[in-house]
Ligand binder design. Structure first.
Ligand code: BYC
Length: 474
């Protein structure tokens, strides 16, 4: 379906046929624009940015690039094309036709899931809003803004579902999505990670690598939903998530490459000497990885969760790639879960019902996927002849949600006493000095093709443009 970009709200959902819904969304739109201007990217609202705009849901619709002022980026609502006669693929109602309208008994649960998903999108824009002022290059600046405008559209997608299917409570929830703010003590964002400040680009790259990958896994789970409009929205959003993770993986890869180059130039593996030369030493990169990975691992919820069991039983939220499993009912299956011994100084196992273990199943798939980038970075480190390996910490490390919360397990998964933990924590996560050092490197570079000294240039530009292209103008 072609999308009319002259409409106030470009969309592929026949909005003009539903005047009430159109009016409700047109009422929300100025609130969104005000929020974007106030809490979106600082300092670049009037610049021309070389952005990719999705003009349709097929592969061809992804090829549209052009210069846009961010507040005028078209926030089209998109649903992936419907699958004919789609059926619910798991749980107690498996094989029944997917719902086009929400069954009354699932209304509150679906609303909660959609609101939780929707809340993360503006949260991440708020977290990243000052990064433009300290960008390492125009190429990176443009990538940041591409990520930001797409999060804006993901918010629109969730708001569309709330307005279209939840009546007055949906409209109220949509307003709340703009009222909660990342890090606000009185009205914070719903999930922990989305209240963590992102004040430097190393954190941004870790966030897009680890947190956006949680986005991928949660969207894959919701794409399995028996509520078809949610499934179609998430399928479309997933196409954008890949670029965000690319920004994270290549960003961290370029930081590591630059560090290796400096280490080889200076023939040193002394972190202090690396810092004196203005690069980010590898142990500091590891501590940032530890911080953001452990925060992201919490986003999957508790290891054993009756919420997750209910979502699965009801057909609301499946497992990523549900088709790849043989058993889509799981009511007779079990899962062996690790948990801390009562004194916190050991690990025991327990059999739990598989339906209750769905968060653990998804988390394990996520952790495996996280490993792929590390393999690439470690290959580059080895190729540079340097003896260092970036590792994923244990999923027991620094948890605030689930069975490991309140205990003290180190990145290797070994238990510690509170005193031990307090002594060693800043060997494992960035200390105040680490953050200050990284912050000291964050100086804005706006000359086309030029890179800050702590990051290697990318191998190629965007959309066949050269690296030295002027991606942000004006
Ligand atoms: N922080 O039974 P449990 C993305 C709450 S990222 C704070 O274990 P459940 C993106 C939980 O809400 C993807 N609270 O939870 C990435 C529940 O509260 P209520 C976002 C937490 O329901 C980058 C209570 O603890 N999408 O798209 O099985 C940039 C009991 O927990 C946390 C979704 O998350 C936490 N980390 O699973 C931009 C999908 N974890 O309800 C975007 C929708 C849990 O008792 N959300 N709690 O008040 C869900 O599917 C589930 O809510 C969760 C939790 C997976 C988050």
């Amino acid at each position: 379906m072609a999308i009319d970009y002259q409409e106030k709200i470009p969309n592929n959902v026949d909005l003009s046929d539903d005047r009430k819904l159109q009016r409700a969304l047109e009422h929300w739109q100025p609130h969104f624009i005000d929020w974007w201007k106030e809490l979106g990217p600082e300092g670049f609202q009037a610049q021309d940015v070389y952005l990719r705009t999705a003009t349709s849901v097929d592969a061809k619709g992804w090829a549209s690039y052009g210069f846009v002022h961010m507040p005028e980026y078209r926030w089209g609502i998109f649903l992936a094309d419907p699958v004919q006669d789609r059926k619910i693929g798991f749980g107690d109602e498996m094989g029944q036709p997917a719902w086009q309208e929400i069954p009354g008994e699932h209304r509150a649960t679906l609303r909660r899931l959609i609101v939780t998903q929707g809340d993360t999108e503006p949260a991440s824009v708020e977290q990243q809003r000052r990064l433009g002022l300290i960008c390492p290059s125009l190429y990176d600046l443009r990538n940041l803004f591409q990520v930001n405008v797409e999060e804006g559209r993901h918010l629109w997608a969730m708001v569309y579902l709330l307005h279209a299917h939840f009546g007055r409570d949906g409209r109220e929830e949509a307003e709340e999505l703009l009222a909660r703010h990342s890090g606000d003590v009185n009205n914070p964002r719903i999930l922990g990670t989305f209240n963590e400040p992102i004040e430097d680009w190393l954190s941004f790259f870790c966030f897009t690598y680890f947190t956006d990958r949680d986005g991928k896994y949660q969207l894959m789970s919701l794409a399995e939903s028996g509520f078809d409009p949610l499934s179609r929205t998430c399928r479309f959003m997933l196409t954008e998530e890949a670029h965000h993770m690319f920004v994270g993986e290549t960003g961290l890869g370029r930081v590591i490459q630059r560090t290796c180059d400096v280490m080889n130039e200076l023939k040193t593996d002394d972190p202090l000497k690396v810092r004196e030369a203005g690069a980010i030493d590898l142990p500091t990169v590891q501590r940032y990885v530890n911080f953001w990975f452990s925060s992201a691992v919490d986003l999957f919820g508790a290891e054993s969760s009756s919420n997750a069991a209910n979502y699965f039983a009801a057909g609301l939220k499946g497992r990523p790639d549900e088709d790849s499993y043989e058993d889509h009912d799981c009511s007779n299956a079990s899962y062996t879960m690790e948990l801390p011994r009562q004194d916190g100084l050991g690990v025991v196992t327990e059999e739990i019902a598989m339906r209750n273990a769905m968060n653990s199943v998804t988390r394990s798939a996520y952790i495996k996927d996280c490993g792929i980038g590390l393999t690439r970075w470690n290959r580059a480190i080895r190729k540079a002849g340097i003896d260092f390996e970036i590792k994923l910490p244990s999923e027991r490390f620094r948890r605030n949600i689930g069975v490991w919360a309140g205990f003290h397990f180190d990145p290797e998964g070994q238990p510690h006493t509170q005193t031990d933990w307090d002594d060693k924590l800043f060997d494992w996560v960035p200390s105040h000095e680490d953050r200050e050092y990284v912050q000291s490197l964050m100086v804005q570079v706006m000359e086309p093709g030029k890179m800050a000294g702590w990051i290697a240039p990318p191998p190629r530009g965007i959309n066949n443009q050269p690296v030295e292209y002027e991606y942000v103008r004006g």
